[in-house]
Design a protein around this ligand. Structure first.
Ligand code: NDP
Length: 518
């Protein structure tokens, strides 16, 4: 048998891999109806992601994007507005040509969201466009709207008969947050399910679309060497961090009601926890993966309100300096009440009470206006059982760590000890780093990934009804207990958060990995 030559470079390795990869999927022809097309999310995330997919030839030959909102744009002013959002004026060469042809797929229909006549008129216009372009009635409704409008819009789509056409069911995408408590999430689901069945519903968590997040499952379940260590016997604790250096920006109205726990923990943070803690699914399929994530949530130890302080710390940022710029405190931000008690930072300890994780703390923290924007998962292993090298270890040395870096510089890092070269016996920690930047091929961004998956009908990265409700079940009592304790602790903008968060880990002799560490 001829010997396979050793690949010489990373580029060659990835080329070799192309042959064994599942083929890149291009979706069927469809119409994406973008509700809230005049809004912030549409301009900053959704339309750029769609253009990005178009440039990469991942959209089908025939597709239409129909912007929908109350603002009375015309088709040409909507194209112009989209061009501004994409900075189309600065494009040149093939990208400019791509923009010009992409713009021809953009249409716009002004509507009143709750009006039956408006929805009938929208349906008429969609039918007309579908006939003109020979498209099947393959429709996706993307609700890039403030959540209080979800029920109203779903109801009007349903009443106008648009939840399914004679050619099949439509898909409907909801942005986070899905409800603001268990009750509201359940009510919303009941209201949506009057017209749309669960398989038609796609609840977006764009964090799950990030390459490194998807990679957690591949890393755990495709490499036989880590899974035997992935349990209470070898893992001391897990830290999950999602810090931002920005403040509430223009979203104060929403944020002051939501606060960090609804905004970050209910969705992104608990989803990351589930990916780290879940059991291997029997198959790499949407329902099997989502079943395992739900089992993690069912095993989460409920909060004993008497032990709130042992498990949770919240904070609110005050004036300080971030990246050399002086920034206002949360209560000085536009549209934030001067007496607001909304937490902009939270750190919590979670326990997954099952065979694998019994007694292993999962420390989760997230906050705004911190020293640096970092999203990462740190798996900290137990120390070696017999510490024969204690006297020759450098002082700062800690235990072995595995870090999944989701933002910035996506990659994976393993920290371990080696001997310092030379005549003396001395140990130091070194890092073995895998960076996505070193690999050939540009990763899809989170929104591109989830949009593509919705178009191709892959539900794996979307949150199922039970997942959403279980997450609220875990956090509702926390939000209630915290709201009864009064003031979140003040922390200076540009720091690593409130001191109380350090004490949360410090009590057990542990410490957070610094946000400034690479
Ligand atoms: P916007 O506040 O920009 O609203 C989107 C559109 O909805 C507006 O352009 C407006 O269109 C319409 N609208 C706004 N308020 C009302 C109202 N009271 N009554 C009727 N129509 C209204 O929202 P975003 O684009 O920021 O967010 C959309 C969704 O995405 C939300 O669920 C949000 O939580 C979620 N999200 C947003 C992110 C962001 O960075 N913006 C990030 C993650 C999630 P018109 O007046 O033309 O009808």
């Amino acid at each position: 048998m001829p010997e396979t030559p050793m690949p010489k470079s990373l580029a060659q390795i990835t080329d070799t891999l192309q042959d064994v990869c599942v083929m890149e999927r291009v979706s069927e022809p469809y119409v994406l109806v973008l509700f809230g097309a005049s809004g912030d999310l549409a301009a900053r995330k959704v339309l750029p992601a769609l253009f990005g997919l178009y440039v990469r030839r991942l959209l089908p030959e025939s597709f239409l994007i129909v912007g929908v909102a109350r603002t009375p744009y015309t088709e040409s002013s909507f194209r112009e507005k989209t061009g501004e959002a994409l900075n189309a004026g600065t494009l040149s060469g093939s990208l400019k040509a791509d923009w010009e042809s992409f713009a021809r797929h953009l249409y716009y229909v002004p509507v009143e969201y709750g009006s039956h006549d408006s929805m009938r008129a929208l349906d008429e216009r969609l039918r007309e466009l579908e006939e003109r372009y020979g498209l099947l009635r393959n429709r996706i409704f993307y609700l890039a709207l403030p959540p209080p409008l979800y029920e109203e819009v779903t109801e009007s789509l349903g009443r106008a008969g648009m939840a399914r056409t004679e050619q099949g069911p439509a898909r409907i995408i909801f942005e986070k947050p899905f409800g603001d408590s268990l009750d509201t999430a359940r009510r919303l689901t009941r209201s949506i399910q009057r017209y749309f069945d669960e398989p038609q519903i796609f609840r977006i968590d764009h964090y799950l679309g990030k390459e490194t997040v998807q990679n957690i499952l591949m890393f755990r379940f495709a490499n036989a060497i880590y899974e035997p260590l992935w349990n209470r016997q070898y893992i001391d604790h897990v830290q999950i961090t999602a810090s931002e250096s920005i403040g509430v920006e223009h979203r104060a109205g929403y944020y002051d009601h939501a606060g960090v726990i609804r905004d970050m923990f209910q969705n992104h943070m608990l989803q990351l926890l589930a990916l780290v803690a879940m059991e291997p699914p029997a198959r790499f399929e949407a329902e099997a993966v989502r079943d395992e994530k739900s089992k993690v949530f069912r095993s989460a130890r409920p909060l004993d309100p008497g032990k709130l302080k042992e498990r949770w710390v919240t904070g609110q940022y005050v004036r300080g300096t971030v990246n050399g710029t002086e920034v206002p405190g949360y209560r000085e931000e536009k549209n934030v009440p001067a007496s607001s008690l909304t937490p902009t930072y939270a750190a919590g300890v979670f326990y997954v009470d099952n065979w694998r994780w019994n007694g292993v703390p999962f420390y989760l923290r997230s906050g705004k206006r911190l020293a640096r924007g970092v999203t990462e998962i740190v798996v900290q292993f137990r120390s070696a059982p017999h510490r024969m090298f204690d006297t020759v270890m450098s002082e700062a040395a800690g235990p072995n760590e595995l870090v999944f870096r989701i933002k910035p510089d996506e990659g994976i890092m393993q920290r371990f000890y080696t001997k310092v070269p030379g005549s003396r016996l001395c140990l130091q920690q070194v890092r073995m780093v895998f960076s996505y930047q070193g690999l050939k091929g540009a990763p899809l961004d989170g929104y591109q990934r989830v949009l593509l998956d919705c178009m191709t009908g892959d539900r794996m990265l979307f949150v199922r009804q039970d997942g959403v409700e279980l997450a609220w079940e875990i956090l509702d009592p926390v939000i209630k207990a915290l709201s009864e304790t009064g003031f979140p602790e003040a922390y200076v903008s540009g720091t690593e958060g409130p001191e109380g968060a350090d004490e949360l880990l410090g009590r057990s002799g542990r410490r957070w990995r610094s946000l400034l560490e690479d």
